[in-house]
Design a protein. Structure first.
Length: 297
């Protein structure tokens, strides 16, 4: 309404702070999600159990055959997200500073990106309380494998603690204990550390110090070199180690961003602008791809 914009319509205003309407240069969620293309309302992500390791064939004895087992299936259902904006005819025509023009373009785009960031961060934050296809939380010490072949479980939950050299090393070592569904060691390595942007300085000190950070010693820093990934939107104290080669957090896009505009020329004479898109952020491959720490500060 015109009352909401009264000051901006005044040609005596010297300056308006418009930086807050600018579209962010970088979309943070792209650094820790794997893009997936969707062709229907929902997509299913399946996993197949591994064959057991090869066995020695004794002369004259039969060869060893076995079948694989379907393991865990995750369904990710797309959602539609939108943000609209409207103004009166009078406010639009009298918009001296072109504020309305900026809001209907960059302001709406910023709102759409903010939702993507929040959705991706929420999936990461939920790993400690969201149940995966294997029946336990996505971050758990008891991810079941193929119980017909092994009693082993996968553990991708660190003991809660701050980002320290010892805790980062311990988290990296958890990757080395991950097994495939047959209970055989699976080659996976931590390649990145994901945390709230507040932890950027701490991560830098832990990774880049010549000597072991946060210690009064001359011990050489042996923390594995990880890529820092920082998010403005995720929990401020939790942190995660990622194997970027394994899809874990996914951004499943059904259709790209579309814009629409209209003018109510039969009633209010208001102008309407909107954007909408279909996607879903989800998590697949439970027990693989990340090791998480529920540190609460």
């Amino acid at each position: 309404m015109r009352a909401n914009f009264q000051r901006y319509l005044d040609d005596k205003v010297s300056e308006i702070f418009l930086e807050i309407l600018k579209v962010p240069m970088e979309e943070e969620y792209l650094a820790f999600t794997t893009p997936k293309t969707s062709t229907k309302n929902e997509e299913k992500y399946d996993s197949i159990g591994n064959l057991s390791p090869a066995e020695e064939k004794v002369e004259g004895a039969s060869m060893h055959y076995e079948q694989t087992t379907q393991m865990y299936q995750t369904t990710v259902i797309n959602k539609t997200y939108d943000r609209g904006y409207y103004e009166t005819l009078e406010a639009t025509e009298d918009d001296v500073e072109r504020v309305i023009n900026k809001i209907k373009d960059s302001g709406i785009m910023q709102a759409m990106i903010a939702k993507r960031e929040m959705a991706a961060a929420a999936i990461v934050d939920a790993v400690f309380a969201s149940t995966a296809a294997d029946g336990v939380f996505y971050a758990s010490a008891t991810h079941p494998l193929d119980t017909s072949k092994t009693s082993s479980v996968n553990d991708n939950l660190m003991t809660a603690g701050a980002i320290t050299p010892a805790n980062v090393i311990a988290g990296c070592n958890k990757f080395h204990a991950i097994k495939n569904y047959a209970g055989v060691p699976f080659r996976t390595r931590a390649t990145a550390i994901l945390a709230h942007v507040n932890n950027g300085a701490v991560i830098k000190s832990v990774l880049e110090s010549n000597l072991m950070a946060q210690e009064l010693s001359n011990t050489k820093n042996t923390v594995p070199m990880l890529k820092p990934i920082l998010s403005t939107y995720m929990n401020a104290t939790n942190w995660h180690l990622l194997d970027e080669k394994i899809p874990s957090f996914i951004f499943q896009r059904r259709s790209g961003l579309r814009k629409t505009s209209s003018w109510d020329d039969r009633d209010t004479l208001n102008y309407y602008w909107a954007a909408f898109e279909r996607y879903r952020v989800g998590q697949i491959n439970p027990g693989f791809g990340h090791v998480s720490n529920a540190y609460a500060g």
